[in-house]
Design a protein around this ligand. Structure first.
Ligand SMILES: Nc1ncnc2c1ncn2[C@@H]1O[C@H](COP(=O)(O)OP(=O)(O)OP(=O)(O)O)[C@@H](O)[C@H]1O
Ligand SMILES: [Mg+2]
Length: 266
């Protein structure tokens, strides 16, 4: 049994034209028939160029946008068939990490209040020493000094901010993390620190991850399996090293050629 099963997922967007009377003139097939199994504890690397549908697929998995057709099964439960209130509860099991931690963190909230809000989603009413203990643990897990608890996002470096965003994602005790280009905005030296942190979290917490990137060398470093996405479909799928060293599809070969030599050591 796979932990997460994607069954022929299609997410199409209607394109509307007209000022007074809007007519659907076309459809963007952002995700167009994706079937994939992801095992418990696996890191799946999802790679492809801008606009190929990576973020749309992740939002569809999280039930943030409805699939046009197909289904998402998490531990054999069909999420597409759940009532909205059930989806909200189940969504705690999925958390996301984004490319730009500065944009995704509230600038007016301290690390403490950001993390307390996220912890409360799973543990409503938790306060005082018990809450503080949870937050201290979270900060330790992502390698942040607990003395920074009362600081604001602008007081941190980019890498530290991404650690706060990761702690916030971990706070509701998720089973699956979807990381959408989590290191693309960071310096190369910081990138590997964050990648190593994600690898540690998988080992220590048994997390399953979907790691999205346009950069095959980053995905190769972290992923067990790689799915190469092109125009809404998966054109190549396999074990990370296999895809990297013996790409079969022309599009994957093109992505490989696009990797700058200097980055191949990441
Ligand atoms: N809400 C929407 N309405 C209409 N079209 C959309 C919507 N969201 C995404 N699209 C289109 O769907 C396609 C896939 O977009 P998506 O953001 O999923 O790509 P991506 O692979 O994540 O790209 P990037 O690497 O730039 O983040 C694009 O053509 C985009 O313009
Ligand atoms: Mg995207």
């Amino acid at each position: 049994m796979a932990f997460l099963e994607l069954r022929d997922i299609k997410t199409h967007f209607p394109v509307k034209k007209g000022l007074m009377i809007q007519r659907v003139t076309d459809t963007v097939k952002a995700v167009d028939g994706i079937t994939l199994d992801i095992a418990q504890g696996e890191i799946l690397g999802l790679v492809g160029e801008s606009g190929c549908g990576k973020s749309t697929l992740s939002r569809t998995i999280m039930q943030l946008i409805p699939a046009t057709s197909g289904s998402v099964l998490l531990e054999e439960q069909d999420l597409s068939a759940l009532a909205p209130s059930e989806v909200r509860k189940r969504r705690l099991d999925f958390q996301m990490i984004f490319q730009d931690p500065y944009a995704s963190l509230n600038p007016r909230m301290t690390v403490y209040s950001t993390l307390a809000e996220a912890v409360s989603q799973r543990h409503p009413g938790l306060k005082g020493a018990a809450m503080e203990k949870k937050i201290t643990n979270l900060m330790e897990t992502v390698g942040l000094d607990q003395r920074f608890m009362k600081k604001y996002p602008h007081e941190f470096s980019g890498g530290q901010r991404q650690r706060i965003a990761i702690a916030r994602a971990l706070a509701p005790e998720p089973k699956l993390i979807i990381a959408d280009e989590p290191v693309s905005a960071l310096d190369v030296s910081i990138q590997s620190q964050i990648l190593n942190l994600l690898l540690e979290l998988r080992k220590d917490l048994g997390l399953t991850m979907i790691f999205i990137s346009h950069d095959l060398s980053v995905v190769r470093y972290i992923a067990d399996n790689i799915a190469v996405m092109h125009k809404g479909t998966i054109v190549e799928y396999g074990e990370a090293e296999e895809v990297f060293n013996h790409a079969k599809h022309e599009y994957t070969k093109k992505l490989l050629q696009a990797i700058p030599r200097i980055q191949q050591s990441v």
